[in-house]
Write a protein that binds this ligand. Structure first.
Ligand code: NAD
Ligand code: TYD
Length: 367
């Protein structure tokens, strides 16, 4: 049995990953550590909360004595670090917490992994480690900066982050790399494109637009709406990370992406069309018959500062070297995702019940 520390497992991708791993590896024990910030919700995990191979521990990855105690208690074999402040707009408003959590938190996890896994030193003075241990850092394609009309990010594209969020993720990646180089800690890093799917917090483009269309609220499109993101279903991201844990080479970086570039406006239009059609069918438990849903809901608002124009991932390395493939087409994934939100309005209301309303009003009243 392997014991895996998953940090940030109450967030969007982390909660999907916890479930993916419990399902895929019945012989693993998953310890989910999450501070339950505004973005962490235990409602994301109700279907597995009583699973025998699952433990939840509330705490902050920046808190060294808490993390040290966890390593002492559970003797982890692997760490998969999702915990982060993840929203670009919030990082523009208040960058400090991004540096604290994303950089300092990563440092604490690396240090404790190194201290707990070290078995001795080799002839050259490098630490040696217990067999089978692995630290995996979940990163983002945003560390590469922005692309023009052509080209794709490969693992050798120079790092050039533009937002405080992406700068904090890039900084963390460099600290992870340094632990691999200097201490020979068995690390891997994955850099994934934009995810979509169930349990996505409704401050991000896709769940925000679905939530607003259902409520007949305006749909705030930044700038001209022609910025491009490369979308991947969250379950494909989870299988990509698991593939790296099983087959990835220590010290390596792997891009994860599904070759699915879309302009923001295209996504918003697709959501308007699909939500409208679904609600007009009368099959969903929602008090909106779809008759007022139209493109009139789109409102062009002031652009995000430093807004990256285009992201696109070259996934050749993970597909050819590790044999990973995405399983969802975007057309299938987006319809399933919209249906999930329509059938889970109670979840949506629950996660919006914290400081969400205030955040939303502050954010969009400025635009
Ligand atoms: P999220 O905001 O939905 O979840 C983050 C989770 O981390 C939350 O549960 C939160 O409570 C927890 N957390 C925050 N600070 C913490 C702390 N100090 N200690 C412990 N827990 C803390 O984010 P997400 O979209 O699920 O992203 C997860 C990871 O994947 C992040 O590292 C992000 O940078 C990366 N990523 C996200 C995307 C995407 O499209 N969402 C794409 C590529 C990479
Ligand atoms: P987002 O979901 O915040 O992800 P990221 O900034 O990490 O790519 O935004 C995706 C794209 O959608 C990005 O180009 C910004 C744009 N966007 C809007 O146009 N309106 C919105 O209300 C939001 C949240 C995002």
């Amino acid at each position: 049995m392997k014991t895996v520390l998953v940090t940030g497992g109450a967030g969007f991708i982390g909660s999907n990953f916890v479930k993916y791993m419990l399902n895929q590896h019945p012989d693993y024990k998953i310890v989910n550590v999450d501070a339950l910030t505004y973005a962490g919700n235990l409602e994301n995990l109700t279907d597995i909360e009583n699973s025998l191979n699952y433990v939840f521990e509330r705490g902050d990855i920046v808190d060294r004595s808490f993390i040290q105690n966890l390593f002492d208690t559970y003797n982890f074999d692997m760490v998969v670090n999702f915990a982060a402040e993840s929203h670009v707009d919030r990082s523009i408003e208040d960058p400090e917490i991004f540096i604290k959590t994303n950089v300092m938190g990563t440092l604490v996890l690396l240090d404790e992994a190194k201290n707990h896994w070290q078995t001795g030193k080799d002839d050259c003075g490098y630490p040696t480690y217990r067999a089978g241990v692995r630290y995996h850092q979940v990163s983002t394609d945003e560390v590469y900066g922005a692309l023009g009309k052509t080209g794709m990010f490969t693992e050798t594209t120079p790092i050039a982050p533009n937002s405080p969020y992406s700068a904090s993720k890039a900084s963390a990646d460099l600290v992870v790399r340094s632990y691999g180089q200097t201490f020979k800690l068995p690390i891997t890093i994955s850099r994934c494109s934009n995810n979509y799917g169930p349990y996505h917090f409704p401050e991000k483009l896709i769940p925000l637009m679905i939530s607003n269309v259902v409520a007949l609220k305006s749909l705030p499109v930044y700038g001209d709406g022609m910025q491009i993101r490369d979308w991947l279903h969250v379950k494909d991201h989870c299988s990509g990370i698991d593939t790296i844990l099983q087959k990835g080479v220590a010290g390596e970086v792997y891009n994860i992406g599904g070759n699915n570039e879309k302009a923001n406006l295209e996504i918003v239009n697709l959501i308007i069309e699909n939500v409208g059609e679904m609600l007009r069918s009368g099959k969903y438990p929602i008090d909106n018959d779809g008759s007022k849903i139209s493109k009139e809901l789109i409102t062009y608002v002031e652009d995000r500062l430093g807004h990256d124009r285009r992201y696109a991932i070259d996934n050749t390395k993970i597909t050819t070297e590790l044999g990973w493939e995405p399983s969802y087409t975007f057309e299938q994934g987006i319809v399933e995702t919209i249906e999930w939100y329509l059938n889970n309005q109670a979840w949506l209301e629950q996660v919006k019940s914290g400081d969400y309303q205030q955040y939303y009003e502050n954010m969009y009243s400025k635009k």
